[in-house]
Write a protein that binds this ligand. Structure first.
Ligand code: NOJ
Length: 533
């Protein structure tokens, strides 16, 4: 089996820089704080770190409103700090993926300030400007992604036209129909790849393709404000050509489309994305059949060498331990998710705090920051018990920009590192297992029929046969795997601290049978039976 590229080997860990670690005591995480905690990433055995935006920004959408695509915001540090981070990560064998936001800029970006200054400005056409509709309202019926922002158009009194913003009014959409814009954004990609960045996460990729005629969505069976063919794919191919000017780089797209047929289109050929974040998967209910269906559908739709990116959490969603909590099962399910992502064929993406099974924080109304209700999943990471480190829990010595989760005392990194049965210890073990298993990194995958409420699959590589299974039920379930030759298996990892690593005995020719504990997930090594002579 040839060695897979770096971005297929281990997990990619998303750092949300505002909330990872604060190095200067102002209550907001920064690059200095991150550089001081790289041991944590190394202990998880992650292949790469993906940083949410650290670029110059007025922070009206937490940095996704970029005012200078090629500089670092002072709240996070300096360009030199980012260079230092890249060097430090590379010294540890960790790759660096930056978040690139091509669809829009901040309204404070010099391009937009020029564009809105006059209808005759040379940059006017760098953004999407239109006259009012005949009724005096916005040019069409497109809505902002954020319900609170309402229409996707804002009127500019000064020049008497409307500009398009798929997100907040402070995030005007760049006009990718203008080749000068496309060229300028390609130069941004080169700027970062020249600095040694290994990959980019492309924000809101589906938005790069819009109906050039700006027709309304109403009365149409398809959206005109995103995923417009073939424009979106042509633009992506242009981006990929730039990325391919550099060896061994990777692009992963945020393709926020809730239909896997649309998502895999962005992966087809070897001239588009290397990976796509799959939001169909992220939105699944806690149900074995639903997971099985989506995994099988992806495999059936995607080209055979398309590589999945499995993820169930990021900074835009309620955390796994809260979303999947059903009467106290959140922590167990966060553990099962960690195992599932590690053992599925594809690259696991972990959002910071998932390795702790961290739930959402409670945000009192007077502490709300985000326009779209996403603060609870963005609370700072607890590093040390508040009883020892004070209310900043080792995240900050100052006042944290958002309140931390109530569970910081038990769930912080320091408490969990000391406990071999903790979620953190499990996720570290899973990182090690994947690093040591060619079958998990690059082997074939085969979904099994394993009885009700159980998702089970086989991973095979030279000399290795692993069986992974997740019991989605809240009571025990036998793992019934007919047709698996070899009756003996050893438990390599279980998410249930009560399970020992002892071999499980079955009978030759009959199903290997193991009773999974409620909510338990396991990786088993299948041991072939000794040949009978
Ligand atoms: C997706 C990002 O993940 C989200 O945080 C942001 O608000 C929007 N894109 C707009 O950039």
């Amino acid at each position: 089996m040839s060695s897979p590229p770096w971005w297929q080997r281990g997990a990619i860990y998303q750092v949300y820089p505002r909330s990872f670690a604060d190095g200067d005591g102002d209550g907001v995480g920064d690059l200095r704080g991150l550089r001081a905690h790289l041991d944590h990433l190394a202990d998880l055995r992650v292949t790469a770190v993906w940083l949410s935006p650290v670029f110059t920004s007025p922070m009206l959408d937490a940095g996704y409103d970029v005012a200078d695509f090629c500089d670092v915001d002072p709240v996070f540090g300096t360009l030199e700090d980012l260079d230092g981070l890249i060097t430090d990560c590379h010294a540890r064998g960790i790759r660096v993926v930056l978040d690139w936001v091509p669809n829009h800029s901040s309204d404070q970006h010099p391009w937009f300030l020029a564009s809105r200054s006059s209808r005759d400005d040379l940059r006017r056409d760098w953004y999407v400007w239109r006259d009012s509709a005949p009724d005096g309202g916005p040019p069409n019926d497109w809505r902002s992604e954020f319900a609170a922002a309402g229409p996707a158009w804002s009127h500019d009194e000064h020049t008497g036209q409307w500009y398009l913003h798929s997100y907040t009014p402070q995030q005007p959409d760049l006009n990718w129909d203008n080749p000068a814009v496309e060229a300028a954004m390609h130069d941004v990609v080169r700027f970062w790849l020249d600095r040694g960045v290994d990959g980019l996460r492309i924000d809101a990729l589906q938005r790069l393709g819009k109906d050039p005629l700006l027709r309304s969505n109403a009365g149409s069976d398809r959206r005109h404000d995103q995923d417009w063919e073939p424009v979106a794919h042509e633009r992506l191919r242009g981006i990929r050509r730039v990325v391919d000017e550099y060896p061994d780089r990777m692009i992963v797209g945020e393709v926020y489309l809730l239909d896997q047929r649309r998502v895999v289109d962005y992966l087809s050929g070897d001239d588009q994305l290397h990976m796509a974040h799959n939001f169909v998967f992220l939105h699944l209910p806690w149900d074995a059949a639903a997971f099985r269906h989506v995994i099988a559908e992806f495999e059936a739709l995607a080209e055979p060498d398309a590589w999945p990116a499995w993820f169930l959490g990021n900074h835009d969603h309620s955390r796994i331990a809260t979303r999947y909590d059903d009467g106290g099962s959140g922590q167990a399910r966060a553990r099962a998710v960690a195992l599932m992502l590690t053992a599925l064929r594809g690259t696991p993406f972990l959002y910071q705090g998932d390795e702790l099974g961290l739930p959402d924080a409670e945000i009192p109304p007077d502490r709300v920051v985000d326009v779209d209700g996403r603060d609870p999943g963005r609370a700072p990471l607890p590093w040390r018990p508040p009883s020892l480190a004070g209310p900043g829990a080792g995240f900050t010595t100052g006042e944290p920009w958002l309140p931390l989760a109530r569970e910081a005392e038990q769930l912080c990194v320091e408490s969990q590192a000391a406990d071999p049965c903790s979620t953190l210890s499990l996720v570290r073990r899973l990182g090690g297992l994947r690093a040591e298993s060619a079958a998990l990194r690059a082997g074939d995958q085969h979904l099994l029929d394993a009885g009700p409420d159980v998702l089970a699959w086989l991973r095979t590589g030279p000399g290795e046969r692993l069986l992974a299974a997740v019991n989605f039920a809240t009571d025990p379930r036998p793992l019934l795997v007919p047709g698996i030759p070899g009756a003996r298996c050893a438990v390599l990892v279980s998410t249930d601290p009560g399970r020992t690593g002892s071999p499980v005995q079955g009978g030759t020719g009959s199903p290997a049978e193991l009773v999974l504990h409620p909510g338990e997930a396991v990786v088993l090594a299948l041991v072939p039976d000794a040949p009978t002579t």
